[in-house]
Ligand binder design. Sequence first.
Ligand code: GDP
Ligand code: ADP
Ligand code: 5GP
Length: 204
Amino acid sequence: MTLGTLYIVSAPSGAGKTSLITAMLETVKGIKVSVSHTTRPMREGEVDGQHYHFVDKEAFEKDIEKSLFLEHADVFGNYYGTSHTAVNDQLSQGIDVILEIDWQGAQQIRQLAPNTRSIFVLPPSISELENRLTKRNQDAADVIAKRVAQAKEDVTHYNEYDHVIINKDFDTALTELKSIFISPRTQREKLEKREPDMLKQLMS
Ligand code: GDP
Ligand code: ADP
Ligand code: 5GP
C-alpha cells in the first residue's frame, strides 16, 4: 500500500527547482527527494549518493537492461534515471517523494502512476534563465548555451503538468510550492489512514 504521494517537479535547467525544493524541505517535513542516477560529470560541491548516484555509461546501460529504472532519459547527452528503490521504500512508509526529473521522464512516470501530482517551474524569461545559469557558475559556457537552447523546447511542455509556478520572486514561488504539498495532507481519506488511532480515541 502506498501511503505517500509521488510528486514530479520539472523545469528548464536554471529555473530554480533545486533551490525551491531545498528551501521547502527546511520547513515541510515528511518529504524526500529521490536521488537519481546520472552519467554527467560531478559538479564542484556535489556529493555522490546525495545529489546523484554518479555512474559511467556502461554501468547505466547494464542497469537499464536489468530493469532497475522506473524511468530514464537522455538529457543534454547524458543519461538520467530514477531507480525503483529510490521511490518505493519511502512511499510505503508514508513519506511523500519528489522526482526532480525532465519532461521525458515525467511522461513515463504518468503512464506508470496516474495519481502522481506534477509541477512545472517556469523562469520569468529566457534571458533571466541565462543570467541564473551564468551566476550559478557551475557549468562551462558551452554547456550553458546548450541548456538555454534546450530550455526553449522544455518550456513548451508546461501544459502537461497539474501545477505551474513562475519563479520570478523566490518567496512567492516558495509559498506556492509549499501550498501544493501541504494542502493534500488534510484530505479526509489521507488523514484517516495516517491517524487511525488518534481518531479512534477522539470518537470513543
Ligand atoms: P539542473 O537542473 O540545472 O540543476 O541540472 P541537473 O544536471 O541536476 O539536471 C539536468 C536535467 O535532468 C533536469 O531536467 C532534471 O530534471 C533531469 N533529471 C535529473 N534527474 C533525473 C531523473 O532521474 N530522471 C529524469 N528523467 N530526468 C532527470
Ligand atoms: P535548477 O535546479 O532548476 O537548475 P537552481 O535551483 O540551481 O535551478 O537555480 C539556478 C540559479 O538561480 C541558482 O544560482 C539560484 O540561486 C538562482 N535562483 C533561483 N531562484 C531565483 C529567483 N527567484 N531569483 C533569482 N535567482 C534565483
Ligand atoms: P543537472 O545535470 O543540471 O543536474 O540536470 C539536468 C536535467 O536533468 C534537469 O532538467 C533534471 O531535472 C534532469 N534530471 C535529473 N535527474 C533525472 C532523472 O533521474 N530522470 C530524468 N528523466 N531527468 C533527470
